[in-house]
Write a new protein. Structure first.
Length: 295
């Protein structure tokens, strides 16, 4: 991905989303040819020269100091995720040759923990939204139509983003599919900023852009968000409607990996439906049979 172009597009998208009155500027009712703030106005708010800010938007300068970036972030009223994304995009690119990435692995201890949490759906995901591991209930909730052992084979691992946009079963699973789709795109934007040289991530974005006009439109909006806690409504083909709370935890010992857990309100119909799903899919054969626990 072209870092300079990505930085410029992100800055322009955020500038276009602000009105003069949002930042305390007086417009005097003058008609504007383009939406949002002008470059001159943004530069004034950030305390930088118009020429310097213009070079940033044109991708001609990627040596901005943290102080300048913070001033621009404040002027654009960026939230924490957007601020972090701005800093990622503005970092000088590492030009050293990179080795081909090895497939991500889930530690044996983490696999055992995921399997032990059998009362709630649990996934382990990587930064490309690949499912690296899931327990039986996680598989039954999200992808019962897929091979349960697929996360344990690197070449077959499901991608949450790919399923969201290209798999009809997944589209029907989410009661508010558009909200889930926007969330997936916003997370991929953050991941692309953090891992600009990741070929597999670039290929995933390219594939989804070509195959899904909805993805392409959402990607062009430049939204960034890292969702850690959310309430989701599902329409499951076996047990019907469920409302589940999702908690996501970054695994500090395994950079890029996340533990995703879902649970229902105690005593609710969703808790009963989740228990029914567990009973319907109960099986004494463990997931990943025939594969090493750390693969």
């Amino acid at each position: 991905m072209d870092r300079g172009a990505e930085l410029g597009e992100f800055l322009r998208s955020r500038r276009a989303g602000l009105r003069p009155e949002d930042v305390g500027l007086v417009s005097y009712g003058a008609r504007r040819r383009v939406p949002g703030l002008r470059r001159e106005e943004l530069a004034q708010l950030a305390g930088v020269s118009v020429a310097y800010y213009t070079r940033l938007e044109q991708g001609q300068s990627q040596n901005a100091s943290d102080g300048v970036l913070e001033a621009i972030a404040k002027a654009l009223r960026l939230d924490d995720d957007e601020r972090a994304h701005l800093h990622d995009l503005a970092r000088p690119r590492n030009t050293r040759p990179r080795r081909a990435p090895r497939p991500e692995r889930v530690r044996a201890g983490l696999r055992r923990l995921v399997d032990a949490m059998d009362a709630v759906p649990v996934l382990v995901t990587g930064w490309r939204t690949e499912v690296l591991a899931w327990n039986r209930l996680g598989h039954a909730l999200f992808a019962g139509h897929l091979d349960p052992d697929s996360p344990f084979r690197p070449t077959d691992r499901p991608s949450i983003a790919r399923l969201t946009f290209l798999d009809p079963h997944t589209r029907e699973l989410y009661a508010d599919w558009k909200a889930k789709a926007r969330e997936s795109v916003a997370y991929l934007r953050l991941a692309a900023g953090r891992h600009p040289d990741d070929r597999q991530l670039t290929e995933l974005v390219g594939e989804l852009s070509l195959k899904s006009p909805e993805f392409a439109a959402m990607w062009s909006a430049q939204a960034v968000r890292d969702c850690a806690s959310v309430v989701r409504d599902f329409h499951h083909p076996l047990v019907g409607a469920l409302t589940l709370e999702q908690e996501t935890a970054d695994l500090t010992g395994d950079p890029g990996q996340r533990l995703v857990m879902l649970h229902a309100e105690p005593g609710s119909p969703s808790e009963a439906a989740l228990r029914l799903l567990a009973n319907l899919t109960a099986d004494n054969v463990p997931l990943g049979r025939g594969h090493r626990a750390h693969s």
